[in-house]
Write a protein that binds this ligand. Structure first.
Ligand SMILES: CC(C)(COP(=O)(O)OP(=O)(O)OC[C@H]1O[C@@H](n2cnc3c(N)ncnc32)[C@H](O)[C@@H]1OP(=O)(O)O)[C@@H](O)C(=O)NCCC(=O)NCCS
Length: 228
């Protein structure tokens, strides 16, 4: 009995020490959101040259993108997603979508061709945010022009998002996918994304047209270092 209570005391003390070493969520998010360039530590991942694609990645806050790029981002989003949104209760609304995509918290990972011209061909809108008590990198969008799909670029960009998120101390990379977007579902499954514990479950009263998928930062509690 005495040994047990001593062990519990030791455990409590250890947990207290561990918690004291963990920066609070606000600090983790503040640091993540106040980086100049979340790719600064991963310069070697800026270039993707494979399967006939030559692109360079950049990572910027929405506020520092030029008008032409913002226009292209919205146009690609609409071309890729409008019909899918309209097939469910979400529907499509230009104004609401534009507001979401240009929110102050929005970050963008953008791939631009290096040759023959600097043309944007893919983007991800993501945020460092709190989600059900966890610091997460929330991938709001991952959108590729049709001509660069199925060549490994989407996989590369999602892996770069994982690097950005996990090195900034995010507990998971999380995203929402429409259940009837079969191609996106196949893609996320191939990249080992699984149903998140916060994903709503269908029941007799309500059926959901989307699910929440995530990949957990397995190393966070052991040896991984927060780089910023
Ligand atoms: C979904 C999307 C981001 C995938 O990017 P991508 O560059 O085309 O995918 P990748 O080439 O990196 O594919 C990686 C793996 O995912 C799986 N995959 C990707 N697209 C697939 C598809 N259309 N059908 C089945 N499996 C697919 C495959 O296993 C693939 O590996 P393989 O090519 O060696 O077989 C891209 O197709 C896209 O922008 N689609 C339209 C917009 C969209 O739906 N975005 C997601 C919103 S949640």
């Amino acid at each position: 009995m005495e040994r047990k209570s001593k062990r519990n005391k030791e455990k409590r003390q250890k947990r207290k020490e561990e918690n004291a070493c963990q920066p609070t969520s606000e600090i983790v998010l503040y640091k993540a959101n106040n980086q100049d360039d979340p790719m600064a530590h991963f310069s070697e991942f800026r270039i993707f040259e494979k399967n006939g694609i030559n692109v360079k990645l950049e990572c910027k806050r929405c506020g520092s993108l030029d008008v032409g790029t913002i226009h292209w981002i919205f146009d690609l989003e609409k071309r890729n997603m409008k019909a899918l949104y309209e097939q469910c209760e979400w529907g499509w609304n230009d104004k609401i979508k534009k507001e979401e995509m240009t929110d102050d918290k929005a970050w963008y990972l953008i791939a631009r061709t290096t040759e023959p011209e600097c043309k944007p061909v893919a983007f991800s809108h993501f945020r460092f945010d709190m989600d059900y008590g966890d610091e997460v990198l929330y991938c709001y969008e991952l959108q590729l022009e049709e001509e660069v799909r199925r060549k490994g670029l989407g996989k590369f960009m999602l892996q770069v998002l994982e690097l950005i998120g996990f090195s900034a101390g995010m507990k998971k990379v999380i995203l929402t996918v429409l259940k009837h977007n079969a191609e996106a579902k196949a893609f996320y499954t191939a990249l080992k994304y699984t149903i998140d514990e916060t994903s709503p479950e269908d029941n007799v009263l309500e059926q959901y047209s989307y699910e929440i998928l995530s990949k957990v930062n397995k190393k966070l509690s052991s040896s991984s270092k927060v780089l910023i």
